[in-house]
Design a protein. Structure first.
Length: 438
């Protein structure tokens, strides 16, 4: 049986490089990886990143040729890493060029509603879809309701949605869906509120347990009345550490639960992966989707450790039932922005604007080990936990087996993979990630 091996490695500078399978080295430690191809788990919906205003703006600052190269790098299934998912903010967020709304201030009639400011984002999504050869599926998330609908009368510093504005805010969100779909965008899902327990110096709004429970009922009913029952509605959209608690509150209420497809979550915690597994065990009928993660505090050019953070989080979440991974900003500039409150971060693809130079960070290549080879509809297969190497295995719709193994240690390690059609024995290099296609 022929096996393809694609590797990215810190010390060899290989990046998504197809290399030969070499024989196991008897001098190295060996870890046995046991697969169970008869045990099937969640199906994958895809991988992708966020179409922020900052990303669209950065791509407007360089030549069309460079812009096209970046789009191809992310979305081409052959020449890139095959992204098929995306996320957009419902009006402003910190990675917008400033706070903004789709309506005029105090327009409670919503007659001024327009997504015209988002046109560069919409154009980018449509261009990405052309390169991908399929419509990029988009998830929409609000960072805050309009300021006058909140008890602090501000788009920033948290505050809460006033219950008297529940119906109007739900109608606003439904209008966003309608306008985006009218522009040809494949909007497949919404989250109720981005990071509902974070008081930020940028666009934010607090939804405690009872607030989200209350609003889900209003939003779910509004979407149903607008004929939008095909939309998948996710709750939470914040860190793993409190996702089970929030899910318990929402899903124990039959009225709220009937509107909710699943729970979305982020990684800005202490990598509390077990919370994902607990959620899957408690609520097997609900779905899980990772909707945001990035390396904070600047651009981190060439940082292999950031790439390993991506690999570690993706593998451990997938092993516990996650169905897809949406990274944060697609493209940031030399500073890790722009960000209108200086909350600078890293992205897998960075642009050195003045030189119009594309930088592919290690996180880009690590993402590619998953997004390029695990296809939509792939089903995770069973495998025993391992101690030396992190791993996860899938069966693609065409029957191909995809095994991903990451070695974060300082030493090369032999793996012996059992449970497949043929035994695989080969070294995995220190600080490397490998995709094996069987």
């Amino acid at each position: 049986m022929s096996i393809r091996h694609i590797r990215s490695c810190q010390k060899t500078n290989e990046r998504l490089f197809e290399t030969d399978i070499v024989k196991a080295d008897p001098t190295l430690k060996t870890e046995e990886l046991r697969m169970d191809t008869t045990s099937t788990h969640q199906a994958i919906i895809g991988f992708g990143g966020a179409f922020t205003e900052a990303s669209a703006y950065n791509l407007s600052r360089v030549s069309k040729e460079v812009r096209d190269q970046v789009i191809k790098a992310y979305f081409s299934p052959d020449e890139g890493i095959g992204y098929t998912l995306g996320r957009v903010s419902i009006h402003g967020c910190d990675f917008s060029l400033g706070s903004y709304l789709y309506i005029d201030d105090y327009d409670d009639t919503l007659t001024s509603f327009s997504v015209e400011r988002d046109q560069p984002i919409i154009d980018l999504i449509n261009d990405a879809s052309k390169v991908a050869g399929q419509s990029i599926k988009i998830l929409g998330s609000p960072w805050t309701p309009p300021f006058w609908m909140k008890d602090n009368q501000s788009p920033i510093r948290g505050g809460k949605l006033l219950p008297s504005y529940d119906s109007l805010w739900a109608s606003y969100i439904a209008l966003f869906v309608a306008h985006y779909r009218a522009k040809g965008i494949d909007l497949f899902a919404l989250t109720v509120q981005n990071e509902p327990m974070a008081v930020q110096r940028w666009d934010s709004c607090i939804f405690e347990d009872e607030d989200e429970l209350r609003f889900v009922k209003v939003l779910g009913k509004t979407l149903a009345e607008q004929g939008m029952t095909d939309l998948k509605l996710y709750i939470w959209d914040h860190n793993r550490d409190q996702m089970v608690q929030r899910a318990k509150v929402i899903y124990q209420d039959p009225e709220a639960s009937k509107y909710v497809y699943g729970t979305a979550y982020h990684w800005y915690d202490q990598e509390q992966f077990d919370e994902v597994g607990i959620h899957r065990e408690l609520f097997p009928e609900k779905h899980l989707l990772f909707t945001e993660g990035c390396q904070e505090n600047g651009p981190h050019f060439g940082d292999w450790g950031v790439g390993e953070r991506y690999g570690r989080n993706i593998i451990e979440d997938l092993r516990r039932g996650n169905e897809g991974h949406i990274d944060w900003n697609l493209v940031l500039d030399d500073t890790g922005g722009p960000n209108h409150v200086n909350n600078l971060c890293s992205s897998p693809v960075m642009l050195k604007i003045f030189h119009e130079h594309i930088v592919l960070n290690p996180s880009y290549h690590v993402m590619g080990h998953f997004s390029k080879y695990i296809k939509a509809g792939a089903v995770r297969l069973g495998s025993d936990p391992s101690s030396l190497c992190r791993h996860v295995v899938f069966r693609n719709p065409d029957g191909q087996i995809v095994l991903i193994v990451m070695n974060e240690s300082e030493e090369d390690i032999n793996i012996r993979v059992k449970g497949m059609k043929a035994l695989l024995e080969t070294p995995v290099l220190a600080h490397s990630i490998s995709t094996f296609l069987l």
